[in-house]
Design a protein around this ligand. Structure first.
Ligand SMILES: C[S@@+](CC[C@H](N)C(=O)[O-])C[C@H]1O[C@@H](n2cnc3c(N)ncnc32)[C@H](O)[C@@H]1O
Length: 213
């Protein structure tokens, strides 16, 4: 319980820092890894929100794949949600369901999304990824919640993810080994095939093996 409380406080602290920074871009400050020796070449808004270049990549994936349904776990302030929703708006259809289980963080994300022109494409839920249910087939699943539950949430939603769909697991650098190992464990079980993009925080792109032709 002590650890859990500390973690929530950290999220609230970063939330306040992000609000003070008011959208200013900073050099990425996650430490260098063998696969990404120059993290400072990337940019970030804050240390919770995905790297700015990863946000651009997410939007481009959405315009490239034309998804009907995106599911995101871990909205934080809704920044990655909004970038993907911008892609949906460019496509003219589709929906992103994003869940954030911390009620304080959720309330801030909700305000931000309500003020955005992309709000009609977004369904924000104040619930845990391990309890949330969604209907229909998922085209893009972006796993970005608590690092310790990423494997569990991917496995939970796997039957609903289209074999042609894409699974993304953020924070999979060799420094933050938990998510990287979780992705490799899913691969070793024969559930997915992965590639790991060497961004500062690491991004796994995976696809279901079952149903692949
Ligand atoms: C890394 S941040 C998400 C960043 C966001 N996707 C972005 O790039 O803008 C992780 C968030 O996941 C939330 N979280 C942690 N465990 C969760 C769970 N089981 N279900 C939903 N959200 C969770 C945390 O409160 C935190 O706000």
């Amino acid at each position: 319980m002590g650890l859990f409380k500390k973690k929530l406080k950290q999220e609230h602290k970063i939330m306040l820092q992000a609000e003070r920074a008011a959208g200013a871009l900073l050099p990425e400050y996650h430490r260098a890894t063998p696969e990404c020796p120059h993290p400072e070449r990337w940019h970030m808004y804050d240390s919770m929100t995905a790297e700015a270049e990863v946000l651009e990549f997410l939007r481009t994936l959405v315009t490239t794949l034309k998804p009907t349904l995106i599911v995101e776990t871990g909205s934080f302030l809704g920044v990655s949600t909004l970038w993907m929703a911008e892609g949906l708006a460019a496509n003219g259809f589709g929906k992103i369901i994003s869940c954030e289980f911390d009620p304080v963080v959720f309330a801030r994300a909700q305000e931000k999304i309500a003020a955005s022109p992309f709000a009609p494409f977004i369904e924000l839920r104040n619930e845990s990824s391990l309890e949330m249910t969604v209907g229909g087939a998922i085209d893009i699943f972006f796993s970005d919640s608590d690092v310790d539950i990423r494997a569990a949430e991917v496995e939970r939603f796997l039957p609903q993810i289209r074999p042609t769909g894409l699974i993304l697991m953020h924070d999979a650098s060799s420094h933050m080994k938990t998510v990287r190992d979780a992705a490799f464990a899913l691969e070793a079980k024969g559930l997915v095939s992965c590639i790991v993009l060497p961004t500062p925080r690491g991004l796994v792109l995976a696809q279901r093996r079952e149903g692949r032709r």
